[in-house]
Design a protein around this ligand. Structure first.
Ligand SMILES: Cc1cc2nc3c(=O)[nH]c(=O)nc-3n(C[C@H](O)[C@H](O)[C@H](O)COP(=O)(O)OP(=O)(O)OC[C@H]3O[C@@H](n4cnc5c(N)ncnc54)[C@H](O)[C@@H]3O)c2cc1C
Length: 418
């Protein structure tokens, strides 16, 4: 602190050391400023009351960040996945629930934007897609529309092993949607639900996955269930029921079959949940250093840094933080269509490392800082609870990353044992 003025936090990824582009430098600086000046102070309220951080979304809209991954030709900021992830990690440092829900919103632009541009489509599909995404982007940029991304159903579909059980049945002029989604972050706060479902046919196929932007106020949508979880409480991830919800053809956010193409050709799309937790890992480390130096605002200026046990713990945390950042950053460099096998394996490693290490670092931070650090007046106990959620998030939970890694390290595609 210098007088009453708050010292700006340092970047998580120093632009010179990590070779950030001008856009990455500018957007991460903007996110850090918003996070430090606005989101950090509000985070306790969303967490304590388990309510959606709407005020933060107004700021994200005002600053242009709601359109971060909308292509430039549609007047968005045109960020790619890496630029988005670096920006989201800065937000995650200050409010995990805002960064995580922002991911759900941004996915609706990233998937329909640069990711879809990398995938093959017929001329007719491309023409329709360009027109439809224009409608979707305009709502976000002009009206500040917020999108959710409900795909989990409580079965094997969200893990990628079965077609989604939510069905789209063709009717005159559009589709009827029926099904149930669980853990739908932004339930009741989003303006549109970006729903993944399967075309209703005799034999259901993952290749017939469809992706619709459904207005939250459409007839036939209900929200059910309580929301009083351990962490990420501001995400308000309640269940959504769709009962004969009619959507017109133009509600399709991607042509049929293109989501499945993306899953096969663009696997890094599933790493977009990691930035929130990368930010939490950095925040746990920063808190620990400041606390041991006696510099956390609202606590007595007692230094604890002179004890060797504290120094060892911080050293361990620093090692874990640098390792996590390094593999995560390289994974972001790898993100592209048709990555090599090594790049895909590294994506599982990065996902696992970020999700597990953020929680490991938060628990080490608590052990090291001690009893006073778990008071609700300080952010550390929230970081600890929020960080526990990352490894549970499908489709790449920590368990499934380990499953995939073990198998894919030992088997080439199509190989079987006799
Ligand atoms: C804070 C938070 C926000 C969320 N927000 C969203 C959201 O916005 N949209 C959304 O769609 N989902 C969201 N989710 C849901 C999340 O991605 C998972 O779908 C959900 O946590 C699964 O919970 P479950 O207990 O039903 O898992 P289960 O399906 O019971 O699985 C439990 C564990 O078993 C393993 N497993 C599951 N299936 C298999 C399999 N076939 N083979 C081997 N192992 C398997 C996985 O490791 C999984 O973690 C959110 C979750 C959290 C915690």
């Amino acid at each position: 602190m210098a007088g009453n003025k708050i010292e700006p936090d340092k970047p998580m990824f120093d632009p010179d050391s990590w070779g950030l582009t001008k856009q990455q430098t500018d957007l991460t600086a903007l996110a850090r400023k918003l996070g430090q000046e606005k989101f950090a102070g509000r985070a306790e309220k969303w967490d304590r009351e388990a309510i959606f951080p709407m005020a933060n979304y107004k700021d994200l809209h005002k600053s242009g960040l709601l359109g971060i991954c909308i292509p430039k030709k549609y007047k968005g900021l045109g960020a790619d996945q890496k630029t988005y992830a670096l920006t989201a990690a800065e937000i995650g440092r200050y409010c995990g629930a805002t960064a995580l829900t922002w991911n759900m919103h941004v996915a609706s632009c990233l998937w329909t934007g640069s990711l879809a541009d990398d995938l093959p489509m017929s001329r007719e599909q491309r023409k329709n897609h360009n027109r439809r995404r224009g409608i979707h982007y305009e709502r976000i940029l002009k009206k500040g529309a917020i999108y959710a991304q409900p795909f989990s159903e409580g079965g094997a579909a969200a893990a990628g092993f079965r077609p989604f059980g939510t069905l789209a049945t063709k009717v005159e002029g559009g589709w009827l949607i029926n099904g149930k989604k669980i853990f739908a972050s932004l339930a009741g706060s989003a303006d549109y639900y970006g729903v993944l479902c399967t075309e209703d046919k005799e034999i259901l196929s993952r290749k017939d996955t469809m992706y619709f932007g459904i207005p939250a106020n459409a007839t036939g949508i209900t929200i059910e269930g309580d929301w009083d979880p351990l962490g990420m409480r501001g995400t308000v991830s309640r269940n959504l029921i769709f009962e004969n919800v009619f959507v017109p053809e133009d509600a399709a956010l991607m042509p049929k079959g293109i989501y499945f193409e993306a899953v096969v050709r663009w696997p890094h799309m599933f790493t977009s949940l990691t930035p929130s937790y990368m930010g939490i890992a950095q925040a746990a480390y920063d808190f620990t250093v400041n606390y041991l130096r006696g510099e956390v605002e609202g606590t007595p200026p007692v230094k604890r840094r002179m004890y060797p046990t504290k120094q060892h713990a911080v050293a361990e945390m620093r090692i874990m933080l640098e390792q996590t950042k390094a593999v995560w950053f390289q994974m972001l460099n790898d993100a592209k269509p048709n990555p090599s096998k090594d790049e895909v394996l590294r994506a599982y490693v990065a996902q696992y490392t970020v999700m597990e290490n953020s929680n490991e670092m938060a628990q080490l931070a608590i052990r090291t800082c001690g009893g006073q650090s778990i008071l609700k007046s300080l952010p550390l106990e929230r970081l600890y609870r929020d960080s526990r959620c990352g490894g549970l998030m499908l489709p790449w939970t920590s368990e499934l990353c380990i499953d995939k890694l073990g198998r894919e390290c030992l088997y080439e595609r199509g190989e079987e044992d006799d």
